[in-house]
Design a protein around this ligand. Structure first.
Ligand code: GMT
Length: 375
């Protein structure tokens, strides 16, 4: 198939997932055209059958105080669809990608029949899409898509509740992980680079937005650090990073906490971790948690959103109420302080991640594309 993919190129779950999908589809022999304003952060190098097309942002004019990105995107989607003969345009994150895709599809009529698939990722529904300035156009674009998917059952129900489109027929296709890249460690190699011998390595990876509750990570680690030698490794960057760095200083933890900033390839780092913390206020799936589990890292997370569909309490980690820092640290200490339980949880995490392997999930998208093409 010839498939177009539009996503945000920035550090975040929807762009990561969309790029992993593009790469997986390319490996499976499809021709994939990624359309965005910059090359997505996980599209690191040449990949067979995967091509990138940059949206032209040069059309500025003094009158245009705000550049109309959605229009420029629709023009590029239309141009690529026509030139490359795209059959399906799969947009990730509804705002504004689904609306641009709608426009592109309309502009192609009646000569070229392009099918539009929209994947909802989370904040496009739970936060941004419900903003007054976006609500009606987001609802419209979702309803006019040829197919809509959500990354968890939770997000599907949220979409129905927020937009009331119960006849949209949203299909749940979960996030997936490439097990060839995300696998348990084969030696102890990287650990010594992150912390002293014997110290547990606790990790958090995100884009440091408020919804991630990054200060909670620091607070939980501060409690855990009193119980055992440990280091905390932050990966990523974003608006809450300065506050987290300040909190680390205030709590006297500077020697035990490292901020690595944005790292494109996180699998090598995840393999060095003993525990992944994800205390988010909301999380439609939690791709970072899944990737941690695939690397054999137990996850202690908030019992919120789609996370219970990924992390099994007491089996692959622990789920606690949002903001319950005492319970989160108690769970972390209980797990890290018990070598047998830690070993069993690591193994269970790897097994559980296999349910979300690319080999299982990517065919669901392929089947969906075939369905819309024959509808
Ligand atoms: O988590 C983020 O901050 C990024 C965000 C995005 O839309 O780029 O991620 C969302 O999509 C991911 C991929 O489907 C999900 O795994 C994340 O749970 C989801 N984030 C939230 O719902 C907060």
């Amino acid at each position: 198939m010839r498939i177009g993919i539009t996503c945000y190129p920035t550090y975040g779950g929807s762009g990561a997932l969309a790029t992993e999908l593009a790469l997986a589809l390319g490996r499976r022999g499809h021709e994939v055209h990624v359309i965005s304003y910059a090359s997505p952060f996980r599209l690191r190098s040449f990949a067979e059958h995967v091509f990138f097309h940059e949206v032209d942002l040069s059309g500025t004019y003094p009158l245009l105080e705000y550049f109309p990105y959605s229009l420029a995107l629709a023009v590029k989607q239309h141009e690529v669809a026509l030139r490359e003969g795209l059959e399906v345009l799969h947009v990730h994150y509804a705002v504004p990608h689904a609306t641009a895709a709608f426009l592109a599809r309309e502009m192609l009529q009646p000569d070229h029949d392009l099918k539009v698939v929209t994947t909802l990722h989370g904040t496009d529904i739970t936060l941004v899409g419900q903003e007054k300035s976006f609500f009606t156009v987001t609802k419209f674009a979702i309803e006019r898509s040829d197919a809509v998917t959500a990354v968890s059952r939770y997000l599907r129900e949220e979409t129905y509740a927020a937009f009331g489109c119960t006849d949209c027929g949203i299909e749940v296709i979960p996030n997936f992980v490439n097990l060839a890249e995300y696998h348990p460690p084969r030696d102890e190699g990287c650990r010594s680079a992150l912390g002293p011998p014997g110290a547990k390595v606790v990790m958090h990876i995100s884009n440091f937005r408020q919804v991630k509750r990054v200060p909670d990570v620091v607070q939980v680690f501060a409690r855990l650090r009193k119980a055992m030698p440990a280091v905390l490794v932050f990966v990523g960057d974003g608006p809450e990073r300065p506050a987290a760095e300040e909190l680390v200083r205030q709590l006297g933890l500077t020697g035990d906490v490292r901020f690595l900033g944005k790292v494109d390839v996180v699998s090598d780092l995840l393999r060095c971790a003993d525990l992944f913390l994800l205390p988010s206020a909301s999380e439609s799936f939690g791709l970072a948690a899944l990737e941690a589990m695939a690397c054999g890292v137990p996850v202690v997370a908030s019992n919120v959103g789609g996370l219970p569909e990924v992390v099994e309490h007491g089996v692959t980690g622990a789920l606690v109420d949002v903001g319950d820092l005492d319970e989160m640290s108690r769970q972390a200490v209980a797990l890290l302080g018990n070598p047998d339980r830690l070993r069993a949880t690591r193994q269970a995490a790897v097994r559980s991640a296999e349910k979300f392997s690319a080999d299982r999930v990517v065919p669901m998208y392929e089947a969906l594309y075939r369905r819309v093409l024959t509808a």
